[in-house]
Design a protein around this ligand. Sequence first.
Ligand SMILES: Cc1cc2nc3c(=O)[nH]c(=O)nc-3n(C[C@H](O)[C@H](O)[C@H](O)COP(=O)(O)OP(=O)(O)OC[C@H]3O[C@@H](n4cnc5c(N)ncnc54)[C@H](O)[C@@H]3O)c2cc1C
Length: 423
Amino acid sequence: MNIPKSNLPRVVIIGGGFAGVNLVKSLANKNVQVVLIDKRNYHTFQPLLYQVSSSGLEPDSIAYPLRKIIKKHKSTFFRFAEVKQILPEHRMITTSIGDLSYDYLVLATGTKTNYFGNKTIESNSMPMKTVPQALNIRSLILQNFEKAAIASSNKEREAFLNFVIVGGGPTGVELAGAIAELKNNILPRDYHDLDPDDMHIHLLEGADRVLPPMSAHASKKALQFLKKLGVKVHCGTFVKDYDGTNVTTNSDLTMLSETLIWAAGVTGAPIQGLKAEAIVANANRYKVNQFNQIEDYTNIFAVGDIALMASEAYPKGHPQVAQPAIQQGKLLGKNLLRLIDKKSMKPFVYKDKGSMATIGRNKAVVDLKPYKFGGFFAWFVWMFVHLMSLVGFRNRVIVLFNWTYNYINFDKAARLIIRPFKK
Ligand SMILES: Cc1cc2nc3c(=O)[nH]c(=O)nc-3n(C[C@H](O)[C@H](O)[C@H](O)COP(=O)(O)OP(=O)(O)OC[C@H]3O[C@@H](n4cnc5c(N)ncnc54)[C@H](O)[C@@H]3O)c2cc1C
C-alpha cells in the first residue's frame, strides 16, 4: 500500500465518518504514524442526506474530501480502499489494494441499512445511507413526476405519485416533511399538468408514535407538523412486503407505489476476522470496554456506531447518532497517546447534547434537557447546529446560501436527473 516504514507506532483507522475523522484530527502531528482507510474518498454528513434526496442541496455540499482533512498532518496517510479482513494474530489487515500491518487498529466502520432479513424489500426499496443512494432517491422522485405527467389515467398515475417512507424516526420524519414541500411548493409551479392533490406521502412507523427515540412532546408536535403539511402518518404499521409496486402491511392498509424509501433502521458493518464473542450478534456491533477496546483485544478498538459500550446509563450501548461517535473519536486519540506513553487511559463518559428533528420550513422539534420546544425557534436552533457541524467552511457557506435562497423563493433548486435511476 506504499506506506513508508517509520519508527513511530502505526495507528490504522478504518472509516472516515464522524468517529474516524475526529480520531484522525486528535492524532494530528503527534508521535504516531496514522493511516486512514475508507472505501469513499470523502466524509459524508449523513444528517443532511435527506435534503439531497429531496433536491434541496447539491451532494457536494454535504461531502468533504478526506485528503483535505489531513493535508496538514505530516505523518498521516489516506488510502482509498475497502478493508476486507483483519488478521489479529499477524497484526495485519487485508484490503482491496493490498495488506497493511498495524500496531493499533481502530474500527470506525459505522452501520449499514437493516432490512431485518426481508430480501424482497431489500431489492425493491430505496435506502438512504450514502450520497449515491440519496441521489438515486432524488432521480427516482423526479422520474416519477415525469412518468406521472405522461400517464394516461389516474389509475396509472397513482403509483408514481404515492411516496411511501418506512420508519418514523428523525430521518423518516425529516424526509417526509421535505417531500411534502416538493408537493406543496414545486409541483404546482413546475408541473402544470399534474394535480398536487393526486400526490400522497405516507409515513409508516411500527411504534405507536413518530420520533420514538425523542420525548412524547416532540412526537406530538412532529405529528401536528406532518399533518399540517399533508403527510399521512400510519403508526403501529409495519411493511410486510414490497414487490416494487405493491405495498402490503400488517394491517389491511395496502398501497400502490413506485417509491418506497426504507428508513427503518441500521445494523453494524463489522469486518471479518475477530472472534465471534467480540460482536454483539443482534446489533452487529463490537463489544467494547469503557476505553473503546474490543473485548479480548488490547490493541484493537472500535468507535462510533459500530461500537457497543454497555454502561449503567446505556445498557444497550449509546444511541447510534453523531455525538457519541465524535466524542469517542476525540477521546480515543488522547487515550492512544496515553497508552503509547504507558499511562492509564481515561474512561469514556457520554455527554448527551440533546436531539432534534426538522419537519419542513419553519418547523422543528428539539429535546434539550431539561427543555423541550418546537416551532420556529426550534427550527432556527436546528439550522444553526447543522450548519456549524458541517465539515469545511466552503460547505457551510454553500448550504447557508442554498437554505436562504430556498427560504426566500420557496424553491428546491437541485431538481436534476443527472444519472437516471434504473429500478
Ligand atoms: C440518513 C441519516 C440521517 C442521520 N441523521 C442524524 C442526525 O440528524 N443527527 C445525528 O446525530 N445523527 C444522525 N445520523 C446518524 C449519524 O450519521 C451516525 O451516527 C454517524 O455517522 C456515525 O458515525 P461513524 O463514524 O460511527 O460512522 P459513519 O459516519 O457511518 O462512517 C463510517 C465510515 O466507514 C467507512 N467504511 C465502512 N466499512 C468500510 C470498509 N470495510 N472499508 C473501508 N471503509 C469502510 C464508510 O465509507 C464511512 O465513511 C443519521 C444517519 C443517517 C443514515
